[in-house]
Design a protein around this ligand. Structure first.
Ligand code: SAH
Length: 357
C-alpha cells in the first residue's frame, strides 16, 4: 500500500479533520464518508467533489479493500463463504449467513490466531498479524457490495459476529474502534445489539469492554465446566480461571445490561456428559445468561468427534433442568467449510494441497 494510508481506518470525525487539513470545508468530509460507505472504491467516483480535492485525497490515501478471490455458496444457498486477499497477500475468510431477520456477517479480526484452541482450524499456524480497522470495515463493504444492494437494500449486512479467524480481544483497540465506526449513523448504522463479539475468555479485555459504553452482545467460549478440562482443550484457560471468567461476565452484564452467551462446543466423550452439564448448570447458577450449544465441527487431525444426537439432546435437557437457557446454534455452511472453527486463513501460503472449491 506504499506510504499512503487507508482512509477506511478513519472515523467520520477524523475524515472531516483530514478534509480541513487540506483546506476544505467540513461538509466535504461528510460527502467522502457517504461515498466510502456506499462501497465506492476510487476517489474519482466521488463525483460531487471537485477534482482538486479528489487528487489531494488520492495523493495521501487509498481506499482499502479486501479482494474477493473465491466465493462459495452452500447447497441450500443460505450461507456464502468468501476467501479474501489482503494487500500483503495474506488471506482471510468471511461467512455470510442468511437469517429471517437479515444477513449476518461472520468476520475475521486477525490473520490466524495465537490462542491455540485444540479443536479450531484458525489457530493452527499461530498468529500472523492483527487486522487494521480499515480491513475489518472493508470486509463489511465487500459483503454489502457483493449482495448488490449497498446503501439501499434489505439484503445489506444487518448483523455482525466477530467469529471468523482471530481473537477479537487480542486486537482490542482496532476492534473497538471498528465497532464504534460501523455503529455510527453516518457510516453503516449497525446497532450494538446486532453485534456479537466472541472471546475465548481474556478476562482483562472483557472487563475493559464492559466499561466502553458499547452494549454489544458478548459471547464467551467456555466449552468446559471446570479448569481442568478447559485447560486440556484450550491453552488460554491456563491464563484465566473459569471462576474469574464468570465474574467478568457478571460484571459485563451489570455494566451493559446485556445477557452474556456462553459457547459450548460438544465433543463426543470429552465434555458432553451429564456430569459436565450438571457442573455447568451449577457454575452458571442463577446468572441470567444463555448457553449456546454447538456440535463440534470436526477438523482434520484433531481427536474430536461430533456427539451423537441423543447425547446432544440429553446435554441440553440437563442444562435446562438446571434452569439454564439453552439454544442450539443453527448449523450453517458445513458443506462449504464455512462452519465454526473450519475457517482456515492463509491456505495459499502453506500450499498443503487442501482446497475449498
Ligand atoms: N476467538 C474467538 C472467536 C472464535 S470462533 C473465541 O474463541 O470465541 C467462534 C466460536 O467457534 C468459538 O466459540 C470457538 O471456540 C468455536 N469453534 C472453534 N472451532 C470449532 C469447531 N471445530 N467446532 C465448533 N466450534 C468451534
Amino acid at each position: 500500500m506504499g506510504t499512503r494510508m487507508d482512509i477506511l481506518d478513519k472515523s467520520p470525525a477524523e475524515i472531516v479533520e483530514i478534509l480541513k487539513q487540506i483546506g476544505e470545508q467540513g461538509f466535504r468530509g461528510k460527502q467522502v464518508v457517504n461515498w466510502l460507505y456506499k462501497g465506492i472504491e476510487d476517489f474519482d467516483d466521488m463525483t460531487n467533489l471537485p477534482m482538486t480535492v479528489r487528487t489531494k485525497l488520492r495523493e495521501r490515501y487509498v481506499i482499502g479493500r479486501v479482494n474477493q478471490m473465491e466465493k462459495i455458496v452452500s447447497d441450500k444457498g443460505d450461507t456464502i463463504k468468501y476467501l479474501c486477499l489482503l494487500h500483503d497477500d495474506n488471506i482471510i475468510e468471511d461467512v455470510v449467513m442468511g437469517y429471517d431477520y437479515g444477513n449476518t456477517l461472520c468476520l475475521s479480526t486477525q490473520v490466524g490466531c495465537r490462542m491455540g484452541c485444540s479443536f479450531c482450524e484458525s489457530t493452527r499456524q499461530g498468529l500472523i498479524r492483527n487486522l487494521e480497522v480499515g480491513e475489518m470495515v472493508a470486509q463489511v463493504l465487500m459483503a454489502n457490495t457483493d449482495m448488490g444492494t449497498v446503501g439501499t437494500g434489505e439484503r445489506n449486512i444487518r448483523n455482525i459476529v466477530l467469529m471468523g479467524s482471530g481473537e477479537p480481544l487480542d486486537n482490542y483497540d482496532n476492534v473497538v474502534k471498528f465497532l464504534r465506526l460501523i455503529h455510527d449513523p453516518e457510516t453503516l448504522n449497525i446497532g450494538y445489539r446486532n453485534i456479537t463479539l466472541s472471546t475465548c475468555g481474556l478476562v482483562p479485555g472483557i472487563r475493559r469492554l464492559a466499561d466502553e459504553d458499547m452494549p454489544i452482545t458478548l459471547a464467551i467460549s467456555l466449552h468446559a465446566p471446570n479448569d481442568k478440562l478447559r485447560r486440556r482443550i484450550m491453552p488460554a484457560a491456563s491464563a484465566y480461571g473459569i471462576l474469574e471468567i464468570v465474574e467478568a461476565a457478571k460484571y459485563y452484564f451489570e455494566r451493559t445490561g446485556r445477557r452474556v452467551s456462553f459457547e459450548y462446543s460438544l465433543m463426543d466423550g470429552i465434555n458432553d456428559g451429564s456430569d459436565e452439564a450438571m457442573e455447568l448448570g451449577k457454575l452458571l447458577g442463577d446468572f441470567p445468561c444463555h448457553v449456546n450449544v454447538i456440535p463440534i465441527n470436526t477438523i482434520e487431525g484433531a481427536p474430536y468427534n461430533r456427539s451423537p444426537e441423543a447425547r446432544i439432546q440429553l446435554f441440553e435437557k440437563n442444562l435446562r433442568s438446571a434452569g439454564i437457557q439453552v439454544t442450539r446454534r443453527r448449523e450453517l455452511g458445513q458443506d462449504i467449510g464455512g462452519a465454526c472453527g473450519q475457517l482456515k486463513s492463509g491456505y495459499l501460503n502453506d500450499f498443503d494441497g487442501e482446497s475449498f472449491s
